[in-house]
Design a protein around this ligand. Structure first.
Ligand SMILES: Cc1cc2nc3c(=O)[nH]c(=O)nc-3n(C[C@H](O)[C@H](O)[C@H](O)COP(=O)(O)OP(=O)(O)OC[C@H]3O[C@@H](n4cnc5c(N)ncnc54)[C@H](O)[C@@H]3O)c2cc1C
Ligand code: FES
Length: 473
């Protein structure tokens, strides 16, 4: 049972004394070489690298730096993404699978390099990452063996293990050495300071509502004005509005997080199970020797589930598994997954000077840093050898995975049957019925993952305009 103790909100965002001073909103018109929309890890990494290449950079952020999913993440910067490499080798071949591994290695190295060079105080820690099962199911054990072999062949520091450091036995696991975890919001603050130091400009509380590409330039329209630039980078977790149609090529899923303090020492490794329900842990150094982050309880955004119950289940698991002295914080957030589990990074279809990075599938810290690297290379006209697997225009996986169209079938079904219940407001993106999320007190859209505050203001896109919570209610 949940005791409801602890602060409801991200542990990473809850140290206001140590946040950057707010940046002013955009007012009027501005010009830039590169306009970056979204100040999460993807946008700020891109902005910093583009500014260091000599571009005039403007960053537009709807809320505050770190208020997107990066501020609610578990904070593992790792190339281990549950089990993925055996799947990638089978789906895309060894060469492309190697590109995915290389990209994530590059993302990890970039984070480590920037933390050191910029002296960012973000509790960066090297640790092993472990994916495991407790099941006796021979398929699951075989999957671990296959993953260890595939990852090692791709040059990753993987080995098959039978021990976890967790207070229960596992039947098999794959360990990656030399991965990272960090305090994500402090890392973003460090990046934001560096963007400004490199001559960039950041505007917060500035929601972008549209992007138009014209001959030789891009116009980005926002609440308080517009920015005309040579290139635009849409780093908004999912591109807003209809840009690239990515809302129809991804699925949004939520997960729940807890920051707890144990009576003893927390396990040193970052861990994730492949069993149902998924449970993920990592040490939380700022919480003391017993500090631990626990994440799990995933479901699609806006699904008809008991959201309070998900917190309660996660807390019950944490208390049954560890000697929990205190529950410090609890929060939830969402991310988007592509059908083939590989993000889309690069130019969306029909665009020349607009770039996107989306579909990180809850593994966007190393991947998002790699995206920043690749997009800054594209803007500079340089190749990135590992970019092809992330092709932002690919559609193969779309045809092969029927679940992809789920959200769009829901849109069509709701519009055709008129199932839009009178008492629920409609999403301002494409009109789906919103569901009230009791635990977060938000209106959530199960079609493509937009989320709205109780007063109808947009919290997360692809929607860009508020909903009228009174009109239908
Ligand atoms: C619970 C949970 C745990 C996770 N744990 C991990 C982990 O351990 N390791 C890992 O690698 N990944 C993890 N992930 C995934 C990872 O956190 C994300 O993939 C990553 O943070 C995405 O970064 P981003 O910069 O692309 O997006 P965000 O951090 O969401 O940044 C996008 C920004 O764009 C802004 N924005 C949106 N729309 C507009 C608009 N119209 N105008 C202006 N600004 C806009 C938002 O306010 C936001 O600040 C996790 C995800 C979840 C949900
Ligand atoms: S997010 Fe697309 S209809 Fe709501």
């Amino acid at each position: 049972m949940s005791t409801h103790e602890g602060t409801h909100g991200s542990v990473w965002l809850d140290d206001p004394g140590r946040r950057r001073q707010p940046a002013s909103p955009l007012v009027g018109d501005a010009e830039a070489d590169v306009v970056v929309v979204g100040a999460g890890i993807t946008g700020l990494t891109t902005a910093l690298l583009a500014a260091r290449d000599g571009n005039r950079v403007v960053v537009l952020e709807a809320r505050r730096v770190g208020d997107g999913t990066t501020g609610y993440t578990t904070g593992k910067v790792t190339a281990q993404h549950s089990l993925i490499y055996a799947h990638l080798v089978e789906w895309a071949g060894a060469d492309r699978a190697r590109q995915y591994a290389d990209a994530n290695r590059a993302g990890i190295d970039l984070v480590a390099q920037l933390v050191e060079e910029l002296r960012i105080d973000c509790s960066l820690t090297r640790a092993d990452a472990l994916v495991y099962t407790t099941s006796e199911d021979s398929h699951k054990i075989r999957a671990m063996e296959d993953e260890a072999v595939a990852a090692r062949r791709l040059g990753l520091p993987a080995s098959l293990v039978g021990e976890s450091g967790l207070p229960f036995p596992i039947t098999a696991g794959v360990s990656f050495t030399d991965q990272l975890h960090l305090h994500p919001r402090r890392y973003l603050d460090g990046l934001a300071d560096a963007v400004v130091a490199a001559g960039g400009v950041i505007h917060e509380q500035t929601r972008v509502t549209g992007v138009t590409e014209e001959r030789g330039h891009v116009v980005v329209e926002a609440d308080g004005g517009k920015v005309t630039a040579t290139s635009a980078v849409i780093a908004t977790l999912l591109p807003f509005g209809l840009v690239g149609g990515y809302f129809a090529r991804t699925r949004p899923t939520m997960s729940y997080g807890l920051a707890v303090r144990l009576r003893g020492a927390a396990p040193a490794a970052m861990t994730i199970s492949v069993d149902d329900p998924t449970r993920s842990t990592r040490p939380w150094p700022d919480g003391g020797p017993g500090g631990l982050i626990v994440v799990g309880g995933g479901h699609e955004v806006g699904a008809d589930v008991d959201t309070e119950g998900r917190y309660a289940e996660l807390e019950a698991w944490a208390r049954a598994t560890f000697d929990v002295a205190e529950l410090s914080h609890r929060w939830s957030a969402h991310d988007y997954t592509t059908p083939d589990r590989v993000p889309y990074i690069g130019r969306p279809p029909l665009h020349r000077n607009v770039y996107v990075a989306t579909g990180f599938g809850k593994w966007g810290l190393a991947n998002g840093s790699a995206a920043g690297l690749a997009i800054s290379h594209l803007i500079a006209g340089h190749d990135t050898p590992w970019l092809p697997i992330f092709d932002a225009g690919r559609i193969e996986g779309v045809r092969s995975v029927p679940t992809l169209v789920g959200g769009n079938v829901k849109v069509a079904a709701e519009l055709v049957t008129g199932e839009l219940r009178r008492e629920a407001p409609r999403c301002s993106h494409m009109g789906c019925r919103l569901r009230w999320n009791d635990a977060e007190e938000t209106w959530d859209c199960h079609c493509h993952g937009s989320r709205f505050a109780s007063d109808g203001q947009v919290l997360a896109g692809p929607a860009v305009t508020p909903v009228d919570v009174g009109a239908d209610g």
